[in-house]
Design a protein around this ligand. Sequence first.
Ligand code: NAP
Length: 260
Amino acid sequence: MAELLTDKTAVVTGAASGNGRQISLAFACHGADVVVADIQPEPREGGTPTHEKIASETDTTADATYVECDVTNTDDLEEAVEAAEEFGGVEVMVNNAGIFRDEDFLDVTEDEYDQLMDINAKGVFFGAQAAAKRMVERDRGGSIINISSVAGLEGSGEYPTYCTSKGAVRLLTYSLASALGPNNIRVNGIHPGIIETTMTSEDVPIVGAELGEQFLETVPLRRNGQPEDVADAAVLLASDLASYVTAISFVVDGGMTNTQ
Ligand code: NAP
């Protein structure tokens, strides 16, 4: 397999588990060094911590380190980006950390709203800012990838705060693509559909539940997404193959959104 990210350095938030873990592993398989940034290193789904798996199991020379990083804390985000200096400095930033819950709009409390928005929207804003500062200083360009959702393209009565946060990420992505384009920093969004992670099996049980079966009937490809599907999109956007691609919403949903 051709390596698409040789000699690049990436920071991935929420990289202990799920999509962030698979993005990190795929980046390493393509030759990138990875800073695995998360509140704790153990994968929610079990298994070897991401940074250890990269060091022990990938065939490439890619290296990885773990940094404790709560994306609601701007100092933590700065430290995660700083950790990339060990590998030559951040060139790819993936703002992936996020939480999901279903809710009744009339019952949502201010604390619940703040928690979700702090992680899903503010964390992306300041993660992008921390990385962009370094990228501008170094003047080598870069790629920032923000993980939104199909919930950032359409509203849902069952997930109003989540949709608010993911819609914010979509417009943040376009805004930063405009602001940072002259520095050759590309900023793109990935909008996954239903991906099989602990988020969709435990936090909001969709996969394997009746609701999930109903969703599947609306997916032209008739399967749920896997973290590998999201990771492949991230590899492409991080790589030089996408050197003229910025300000896009890359929808990875088996065709669900555009065929409703
Ligand atoms: P996941 O399996 O729950 O993984 C999320 C990771 O983020 C976990 O390791 C979690 O740590 C970490 N995290 C939570 N709060 C954090 C914080 N404040 N700072 C840093 N890390 C934090 O979820 P996922 O399915 O991979 O989701 C990853 C991203 O994809 C999210 O932005 C999500 O909204 C998006 N997405 C997912 C789907 C889907 O169907 N799965 C669909 C669309 C979009 P802990 O283990 O300690 O909680």
